[in-house]
Design a binder for this molecule. Sequence first.
Ligand SMILES: [Zn+2]
Length: 666
Amino acid sequence: MSDAKPPPNERQETRRIDTGGPDYGEPTGPVGLFRARLRAFLENLKVEFFTMGVVIIYMLLIFADLMLADDPNVDSEADGKPWTNAFKYLDMVFLAVFTVELCIRVFAFGYFYFFAPLNVVDGLVVLVSFGLQAWVISLGEKTIGSEATTATNLLSIARVLRLVRLFVVMNKVQKARAAYKKTKYLKTGSPVERVIDLLGDMKGKVEDDEDIQDIQWIMDLIASDKLYTINIKNVVADVKDKDMAAFLSQEMNIKKDLDLDGETDAGDSEDMLEEVRGGLMRQQSSWAPGDLAQASVLEAQRISELATLLPHIERINQWDVDVFAFWEASENMGLVVGTYHLLEQHNLVSKFRLSKPRLMTFLTKMQDGYRNANPYHNVVHALDVLINMNYFLNQENLKRLMSPLDVLACLLAAAIHDFRHPGFNQNFLVATKHEYAITYSDQSVLESMHVASAWAILLTDECNFLTRLSKDQFSEFRSTMVQLVLATDMKYHFEHTSKFKTKLQSDGFQPGCNREDARFAMGLALHTADIANPAKPRQLSLAWTEMCMEEFFTQGDEEKRLGLPISPFYDRSKNSTAQCQMGFINVLVKPLYSEFCGLLGEPATTDCLAALQSNLDGWEQHGNGLLKQMETSFLGKGIVGPRAGNRSPVAPSPSPSMRKPPSKSS
Ligand SMILES: [Zn+2]
């Protein structure tokens, strides 16, 4: 593109009608250039409309003549035929203008002009009418003899021709209306239509075949609306490690090519699946809000005071804060204390006049709703993600994109993002036809459930701490929070990472950027916070690895018992922890952190990427032996056990079919 090209907005104003016309080639010489400019001028929509206006006035004139010519009251002999004479000269003027226009068009477009049959008819009618009218006028006012007869005959032919011309004119008006509609559509339609249009223009101007193909590819891609869709099958195919590729396929929810006509082998396991469904449902129903202890106003005050007592509270903003120690020091109230403390720290409780007692009740119910029997997806994981999210929010480059309401949504989304996680992944829930899978139609089953059930509780009278938000604030807050939790679905990982990279490269995340981009950045932040374990200092990372693998193995045990295929890396007997971690870091975590830290800058880049690389090196050097470096194992230590004060455990013990003694993964 030449530098002189006006920006797309200005060019929009002088948009030409796309004639889909012939290729005139590169104009050569002064005449060629002049003809090219003339073509551009004639195709300009404003010129087209002007011509159309003249044609419409002429059309009205013809109508008037057709109607008045047969009226005996008009043009009486005594009046000296004033209308007939007036029309004769007016018609002559119009026809002269049209003849000149025709000549200009033929000069500009050459013989291509006559490729359209309508133009041929129109041209002939104009020329013949012009000739006839000139002839009639030259005969003058003679009303006797053969000349008078000729004049009458000529006028009759001219009338017929006018009817033909009327048909042509109406066709032209129709065409102009369509062209106008198209322009209007382009102006009010989505930007992608303008992009396609501009690319189409560009394609017509480049000469290199490869360039033309590239532009066509871009146009096809944009039109297909799959700009950010990663071909996960290709990504997975690139992963050399077979188990890792299978693991990714499962996590990214890639459908296998199913043998729909094949024999079913599910029959034997149906009874067992029924048992599992029953177990999971009992577990779910015993979480009914009515069973939960309510946080009183007094307790709310006690909790807010507790926060200041915590020795770890000052370190809550650090990337390397020991979340397990934090949890222990909080007397098993870490999620309530941590969330409340951060909301206060960001000055959100007073800013949005949140009801403190209700907020406390809500947070307590969220904390209690995490299934603490889960080795990994328990309340400490929620606290960890909350802390990570807060760390990201404190980085200036992300912070400046966000409003206080966004910060509120981000912190609460982090706190509830795995609410009521059953400790089994989506594939298992779908395979066992769990109620969650049925309720959410196998789509983002867990994420939908987490956010929907948290909101069901939030909106109860005892928990709704948002009553003082305006209607707009409420709907903005709610939709942001929902979008953030849904963004933690692993199936979006590659697509969102790629989209983020593209937007970052085009300076997409600047202060005042559009809401959609800001929300997208927040969603990616929560997903990044959710898979932060390998980017933490060695001891924390190892503890999380052990817990995560134990949850995988627990599901693997269940899959084995039910006769389901054991998910990749979920087989306890295979002991593939190091292999799983290396693949997880190399394929998923490292590419995401590299991009996301590109936005955050320092100190996040050093904090996260240094630890990530160190852990990757550790797994590569020591394999499964790296786990031996772990100083404290949290498996089976009751760190997430029932709270002090003789509260009954909120998460029920697993149903008999689910129970499994905790054991070390290696
Ligand atoms: Zn999570």
